[in-house]
Write a protein that binds this ligand. Structure first.
Ligand SMILES: C[S@@+](CC[C@H](N)C(=O)[O-])C[C@H]1O[C@@H](n2cnc3c(N)ncnc32)[C@H](O)[C@@H]1O
Length: 504
């Protein structure tokens, strides 16, 4: 069924197109009051015309479509109709009388609105004349041609942009550029990166028995539902297949982070600058940047009961929900706060970020570097780096804070892109913007896009790989050992790149 708003809009357009002079049974009446609901106005006009000129077939008042009102916010919401209508009389002599009467200085009593003289014209009858069908067809043809022209133009621009991106990527020296996707390894290999990584002799009891210390698989039946990102009716979707895929994906993400975290926690205990062994000593402190409502932090806090977690998100509602679930799940090793990553000022040992959008990942890395903390980041939405390139935040080119918090004045620094000096030597800021736009993998080539591929999947993946490589080079330039990996079962998602960094 056609959307009522679209129907109203089409009605307005058709009505305007048929307001052409020519005698008949139908007249156009303009300059009507706009604050009257269309149905009431139609009744008013009908009664006045029938009292003065003759029997009326129908009256059509132009509605102001809801979506038109929404789009044009400045529009006066009291304007309920378009201020004109068409009146079709039963016979031509009544219409002629109405033309003379309504067009005169004195409108009939029922139509004297006090808003000046009415405007009256003959209207062409769209239903009876062949001419109208021809006119409408002509308009449809014109619209089709215009749309086809625009589509051809868009296609040409796309091809030009793709050529330009390929050329930029060729200029990036190896191991970046067109081969950068090959830099990402199996996640298990991250063990070799972490000095003091976990091994089989690690004491039992560091992690919950639900996490297998050898395979890092998680027995979700042992995890409280509040801490399981795959439990419950979380996703509000009725499509079982979709819910199942999402559940598996979220659980794979947790397993991936648990794997790396196991090594980093073990390393922090063995090689950390602080004494993190023995009874009563400080815990390893982990911060989850952009935690949302806890899909990652909650299960990790459950699986690593001896580690202290802090969840941070700019959305206070998400933090509220997270704390509620933590309480229900009986977690005692988790705190949380609402605020921007860029303004976070607590110390920590390991930073995590799962799908922290746009420059939220970059700010998380800046925080890790500042604290000489290890990190595991799985970034997403690199298209939103366009805000960062304009000096903005992860969600806006203009706004620095998601909400105004009294203790967060929003004086955060401006990030430089490309992030690494290495990338800056071969890629300008403008070229970086193109790569980031093309690398916004979520739009077009993951399972969530339901087959609406944009046709440049490989190029998009290569661009995303270069963005992540640039980030890892920034960390390397700040004296970090870095590794690039993929999430466990990365085939199920396009946003699977993981950057791991360990301070040297
Ligand atoms: C895509 S969600 C991911 C949530 C969670 N990590 C997960 O994987 O389920 C990104 C989250 O990052 C938060 N975020 C984005 N930019 C942020 C910033 N600059 N400071 C704090 N939170 C931010 C958003 O509010 C959002 O909850």
């Amino acid at each position: 069924m056609m959307d009522p708003n679209a129907r109203a809009l089409r009605g307005v357009k058709e009505m305007k197109s048929c307001a052409i002079l020519g005698k008949g049974k139908k007249i156009y009446v303009g300059n009507l009051p706009r604050d009257v609901p269309p149905v009431d106005l139609a009744n008013l006009v009908r009664r006045a015309c029938e009292a003065e000129y003759g029997e009326v077939g129908h009256v059509r008042v132009a509605h102001t479509a809801d979506d038109r009102r929404r789009r044009n916010k400045s529009r006066d919401p009291t304007k309920l109709n378009e201020g004109y209508c068409f009146v079709r009389f039963k016979d031509e002599s009544s219409a002629e009388r109405a033309m003379r009467g309504l067009g005169g200085n004195e409108a009939p009593a029922g139509l004297a609105f006090g808003g000046g003289a009415l405007r009256v014209e003959w209207a062409r009858d769209t239903h009876s004349e062949d001419v109208d069908e021809k006119l409408l067809q002509q308009k449809r043809d014109e619209r089709r041609k215009r749309n086809e022209h625009k589509a051809r133009q868009r296609k040409r621009n796309k091809v030009r942009e793709v050529d330009e991106i390929r050329e930029i990527l060729q200029r990036v020296p190896p191991p970046g550029g067109s081969e950068a996707s090959n830099l990402f390894k199996e996640l298990g290999e991250c063990k070799t990166l972490v000095q003091g990584a976990m091994d089989r002799s690690d004491p039992q009891g560091e992690t919950h028995p639900a996490l297998d210390p050898e395979t890092f698989s998680i027995d979700w039946s042992k995890v409280p539902v509040e801490c399981d990102p795959g439990a419950g009716e979380w996703y509000g979707s009725k499509n079982e297949d979709h819910v199942k895929r999402r559940r598996e994906r979220k659980r794979d993400q947790v397993q991936s982070f648990a794997l790396v975290l196991s090594h980093l926690v073990a390393a922090a205990r063995r090689t950390g600058t602080k004494d993190l062994t023995g009874p009563g000593v400080p815990q390893v402190r982990v911060v989850d940047f952009g935690s949302g409502s806890g899909a990652l932090t909650l299960p990790l806090a459950f699986l690593f009961p001896k580690v202290s977690f802090h969840a941070l998100d700019m959305k206070p509602k998400a933090i509220e929900l997270l704390l509620e679930k933590a309480e229900k799940g009986g977690l005692r090793n988790l705190t949380a706060s609402g605020g921007m990553i860029e303004n976070f000022d607590q110390e920590f040992d390991i930073g995590l970020a799962l799908h922290a959008c746009g420059n939220a990942t970059d700010y998380s890395m800046v925080q890790a570097v500042k604290n000489r903390a290890s990190f595991v980041f799985c970034p997403c939405c690199v298209g939103k780096l366009k805000f960062s390139l304009e000096g903005g935040s992860s969600f806006s080119a203009k706004h620095k804070n998601y909400i105004d918090l009294p203790d967060q004045p929003g004086e955060s620094s401006v990030l430089e892109h490309p992030r690494s000096e290495w990338m800056r030597k071969s890629v300008s800021q403008k070229q970086f913007a193109l790569i980031a736009k093309a690398g916004d993998i979520s739009h077009g080539c993951d399972q969530e896009s339901h087959g609406q591929s944009h046709g440049y999947d490989d190029l998009a993946r290569t661009c995303k790989a270069n963005i992540e490589f640039d980030r890892s080079m920034y960390a390397a330039e700040n004296k970090y050992t870095t590794g690039l990996y993929r999430l466990i079962n990365s085939g199920t998602t396009a946003k699977a790149e993981i950057i791991v960094g360990v301070p040297q």
